[in-house]
Design a protein around this ligand. Structure first.
Ligand SMILES: *[C@@H]1O[C@H](CO)[C@@H](O)[C@H](O)[C@H]1NC(C)=O
Ligand SMILES: *[C@@H]1O[C@H](CO)[C@@H](O)[C@H](O)[C@H]1NC(C)=O
Ligand SMILES: *[C@@H]1O[C@H](CO)[C@@H](O)[C@H](O)[C@H]1NC(C)=O
Ligand SMILES: *[C@@H]1O[C@H](CO)[C@@H](O)[C@H](O)[C@H]1NC(C)=O
Length: 242
């Protein structure tokens, strides 16, 4: 019992055990120095980050990178986070189309609002088949969303495209999303988005002679024979804002 050799053995074993336990703890407790971590949530809010933080635990489920200066998301690092369901990258300066950025994550919530994304292609989100909430609002240079950009995101319930540079959106891009409940489209520079559009279409196709409907300067609108030119549409369009 009092054999020193016995004590030594016990110590060696407990030391080993401790090291193993400690390694495990370290593995799950490690946290990027710029961030705070707790319960599978890594929070790196407002740290002036210009690079994606390294050392994010691989079992992270929620990652918050809002209010930083990230210009891109490194696909390899990001896709190591195979349990990530919630990603907030709002208020950064992410650019381009983010193609090939999101590959292997089961993301349900993705916030990319307030960035500098210019285009969404059919290859941007096509592997995010679990997506339920997608925020793309306030990307002032977002000019194009390809027709089948969300074709694979059939679980999408909330989509925000407000305050971008979109002038056009093919109706099937959103009309064929079976789960969609909330759609933000406000404050975009839509081309010919005005409630008079249907009236104008009818005016152009009608045989009726419109006596009072005059162009700003002189010419009377002559439906069918002389089609409405862009000027007319602008004049009529401005009526709606009065
Ligand atoms: C993340 O951290 C910021 C400030 O550091 C805090 O305001 C915010 O509530 C945190 N978010 C969560 C989900 O814990
Ligand atoms: C990060 O962006 C903020 C505002 O967007 C700016 O004031 C700050 O200088 C930038 N920081 C760096 C390190 O570029
Ligand atoms: C945003 O994107 C545009 C167009 O690609 C580019 O000219 C501009 O410099 C970008 N702005 C920032 C803050 O990165
Ligand atoms: C949808 O995702 C699957 C993989 O989950 C992929 O093979 C397929 O090409 C995608 N479809 C479209 C329209 O992107």
């Amino acid at each position: 019992m009092d054999n020193p050799r016995h004590y030594f053995l016990w110590d060696a074993r407990s030391f080993l055990l401790c090291s193993v336990v400690f390694s495990f703890l370290e593995l799950s407790l490690c946290c990027p120095k710029e961030c705070s971590c707790e319960h599978l949530l890594v929070n790196c809010t407002d740290r002036q980050l210009e690079e994606f933080p390294s050392g994010i635990p691989m079992d992270t489920r929620q990652l918050i990178l809002t209010h930083n200066n990230l210009t891109y998301l490194p696909s390899v690092d990001l896709n190591l986070l195979i349990d990530l369901v919630y990603l907030d990258c709002s208020h950064n300066i992410l650019g381009n189309s983010l193609e090939a950025t999101f590959i292997a994550m089961p993301l349900v919530y993705l916030d990319l609002s307030h960035n500098n994304i210019t285009k969404i292609t059919s290859a941007t989100f096509y592997l995010l088949t679990s997506l339920v909430v997608l925020k793309l609002s306030d990307n002032p240079n977002l000019e194009e969303i390809e027709k089948d950009a969300f074709a694979n995101n059939t679980g999408l319930r909330q989509l925000d495209l407000s305050r971008t540079a979109l002038t056009y959106l093919d109706v099937t891009t959103v009309s064929e999303l079976p789960s969609l409940r909330t759609l933000g489209l406000s404050s975009n520079p839509w081309d010919c988005y005005c409630p008079l559009k249907d009236l104008l279409k009818w005016v152009m196709e009608s045989d009726i002679y419109f006596t009072e409907l005059r162009k700003r300067e002189h010419n009377q609108i002559q439906p069918k024979s002389s089609r409405l030119v862009d000027d007319d549409i602008i004049v009529l369009g401005s009526v709606t804002s009065m």
